[in-house]
Design a protein around this ligand. Sequence first.
Ligand code: SF4
Length: 709
Amino acid sequence: MKVDRRSFLGLGIGAVAGIAISPVGAKLTDDFSIWTQNWPWTPVPPDGEVSYDRTVCHLCPGTCGISVRKIDDRPVKIEGLDSYPVNNGGVCLHGIAGLQYLYDPSRVKSPLKKINNRFVPISWDEALTLVGDRLGELRNDQNPEALACITGSDQGSVPGLFNHFMAAFGSPNYLTMPDLESWLVRTAKTLHGDAYTLGFDIDHSDFILSFGAGLIDGWGSPVACIQAMGNRRQRQATLVQIEPRLSNTAAGASQWIPINPGTEADLAMGMCAVLLKENRFDPVFAQGFKGGFMRFTAMVQKEYPLDKVAGVTGISAADIQKTAVAFAKAKMPVALPGKGRGEGAQNLKEFAAVHTLNCLSGNVNKQGGTFVKPLPKYLNFPDPVQDAVALKGAAAAPLAGSVQELVTRIDKSGESPVKALLVYNANPCFALNDPFRILAAFEKIPFKVCVTSFMDETAMASDVILPVSTFLERMEDVPSKAGLAATVVGLSKPMVKPVFNTRSPGDVVIGMARALGGDMAKSFAWDSYDACLEQVTARIWGPLVRKGHVVLSENPPAGSVETDFEFLAENPVTVKPAGDLEFTLIPIDYFRVPPTVPAPSPFAIKTVSDRILRGTDMFVEINPQSAKNLKDGGFATLTTPAGSVPVRVHFNDGIMPGVIGMVKGLGHTLDNRYVSGKGVNINALISPKIEPNSGMDAAFGIKAGISKA
Ligand code: SF4
């Protein structure tokens, strides 16, 4: 089919074909369970007594309740847990394959120490003593702030323990990976002040304006979002999906609006200008508008007139106007920021501009709208015991506000200001843009400790690996996050004894503190992590244990909320894809290959379409209109300012001309032959670009060229 720009846009403007969305069916879960057991490394269970137990999956920010079928003590199948308030019986393919992670070939089976570039097994005592001695040197040198720590998220008691560790140690350099929740917290902080996050009541909204949020491609709490999309048509709710490519979410939307990559913030600002010009904002909610509102109004009218925004975004002025007005007229509109899964490189200006549409609509803290929620406060850690060294170190200015900023800081210094690094539940050497630069920065840090279950790229770059039990082997609180309207804390429980010589991550932190001794040990006086968990969650511990979860909030937050427009009134820079090549390369978030921790299971890799990965060949999507002398299925060389890779070409009429799409999450080099060496890591083709006002990497895409190989 030949598609010119006009007919291409026609694909999006009309209603496009829907796709079936439903939780994974029972028959399929059986098939998956057979599949996930049927690998050479997985022991075959003997016959025995069948039982079911409940726990919470924490393979992704979705935090779904799951039911685990066991034969004697051996878990053999995972299903969604009926009536769990996040997923209500649904589960995704990763959750079902969760058992595979127990026996995964890349599991770290005991503590390891790197000697002459090879890892050798050591005992827990030896490992913790080694870590205690090396970290202790920093405190002895009165330089505790030279310790940095990176965790996957800052939610829950285990990140809380790492934070507690850093405070007692005396370092302000605690950073988290850029996940959707952290972007939402930053957005809420920018517009509403500290201690808030954002939740979106998409279950009840009648008009969902999504700025690329992959609602069935892994955004937020994936099963919850898929369920909300499943009943959207029954509710007659409209979904307008704005993104450069006809994703699964766009294909199921009421309307798909293609947009030039990297111009989503301009569009949101242009829509704000329409609503302000036409007085289509809620006068009652506007009473809470504070700093900079008048300046913001004047600025968007001047800087974002319709014609200019149309030129930048590639969307007609009429469509921008029509969509903005339809959003304002809806009873329960909600605008969603966060392209794809909403994590990694995004930009604060875009999040803030999109959320400003919610504020103008006035549908905030109301059913079907956006909830500006207080951050969950169910954890109560005692104050750390801080000696003089810790007090001095903790008072130092943080080295950076983001992991990429820290890497830049190390890059630019002859000698790394970070002398020791702890990494937990994060794989920055794979998951962030320009992983080679991150690896080079790692090289400059004298001592790296990775607390992980798997031998991933970051573990391989470390000096010591402290192996932790998987979610099926340990107890932990699991707070919901990532844009859900409700706030739920679940309790994950061990379904099986640790298969290898691993410990709970909480016990690892306590062990490191004890190895340091002195006031550090005093701050971690618990007998075990389980005892710590009971103490710090005392407020909710009883019901948490009895029911397996506690709903902290589900209704719209009470009271009014103030909105500060200073940040947007300053009209911060919009970070655009860097370079001057002909195409724009964008990452595609594909639900089957999560780009973060853990790496996809062998089972998940097997389910990847052969239009994305064939053998080890990586495909990129390109509109046939832009393909010139390329052939569908043929080989090509993809080049960006960061490097060149061989790829194969997949013609797709559903991607905008001039855009190249590549699935994110492939191209691992970790120690797992079922997952490693398959495809290309798109992050290696994108150089980070720090957003001046947030300090975050905002390089969602990059300019690229492609030629026949
Ligand atoms: S969506 Fe996330 S939390 Fe839920 S089952 Fe899948 S991997 Fe687990």
